[in-house]
Design a protein around this ligand. Structure first.
Ligand SMILES: Nc1ncnc2c1ncn2[C@@H]1O[C@H](COP(=O)(O)OP(=O)(O)OP(=O)(O)O)[C@@H](O)[C@H]1O
Ligand SMILES: [Mg+2]
Length: 211
């Protein structure tokens, strides 16, 4: 469950939203489209607890504090945030894991072929070389991380934008399978990626209207 109550947000002097309200029920799949710069990523960051509203309230699964909200959601942001760690650690984020779960996830995120080609495989350190990863590799690691965390709520910001058509289609299929029964907010420029979603909103002038 995600609830936004009269949320306003501004970057310094620029107001992005004023009094935005939205209720997303548990298990609902919501798509958000809108022109570049309209505020879609900003909205997802607010829902992820990464930003704090200037006024109003955000409640995610019963919690209000940003540091608690972060724990409740899995996110794939538009620019993947990778850490100076191994590929494996970037996926597990230090949590315990079973090999079978990791195997399944790297298959779903289309990472297997690439990881198998690396001499150190999953233990490859990507810290200093994060710049040397392709946008698609970084994006697929971010997807694998979200799959590993396996929260009931997923926030996806253009999760396949850096992938070619074929890769995007198969990763999207894996995401759709993985998000079954979960609450999803999916921002995309490609409306066809939102087939089967419960509601699709257009973001425009700081407002959301259902389309
Ligand atoms: N950290 C920031 N500081 C100041 N302004 C920002 C910041 N991040 C974004 N903005 C501005 O806020 C507005 C909304 O940005 P946002 O990234 O949310 O748009 P978006 O809808 O996600 O765009 P896109 O489709 O291109 O990803 C834009 O005008 C942008 O320039
Ligand atoms: Mg964006």
């Amino acid at each position: 469950m995600i609830e936004l109550k009269n949320v306003s947000f501004n970057y310094e002097n620029a107001s992005i939203f004023e009094n935005l309200s939205l209720f997303v029920a548990e298990g609902e799949k919501i798509g958000i489209v809108g022109e570049s710069g309209c505020g879609k990523s900003t909205l997802l960051k607010l829902m992820a607890g990464l930003y704090v509203p200037s006024s109003g309230e955000i409640i995610v699964d019963g919690v209000r504090a940003p540091e608690e909200i972060i724990k409740k959601v899995s996110v794939v942001m538009q620019s993947p945030m990778l850490l100076p760690l191994s590929i494996l650690e970037n996926i597990t984020m230090g949590h315990e894991y079973e090999d079978s779960k990791i195997e399944k996830i790297i298959e779903s995120a289309n990472l297997k072929k690439w990881i198998d080609s690396l001499p150190e495989g999953l233990d490859t350190y990507i810290g200093d070389s994060a710049d040397e990863l392709s946008g698609g590799q970084a994006q697929r690691i971010a997807i694998a991380r979200a799959m590993f965390k396996d929260s009931k709520i997923l926030l996806l910001d253009e999760p396949t934008s850096a992938l070619d058509g074929e890769n995007a289609a198969s990763v999207l299929e894996a995401i759709n399978h993985f998000t079954e029964g979960k609450t999803v907010i999916h921002v995309t420029h490609r409306k066809k990626h939102l087939e089967g979603y419960d509601r699709i909103f257009l973001m425009e002038n700081g407002k959301l209207s259902e389309i």
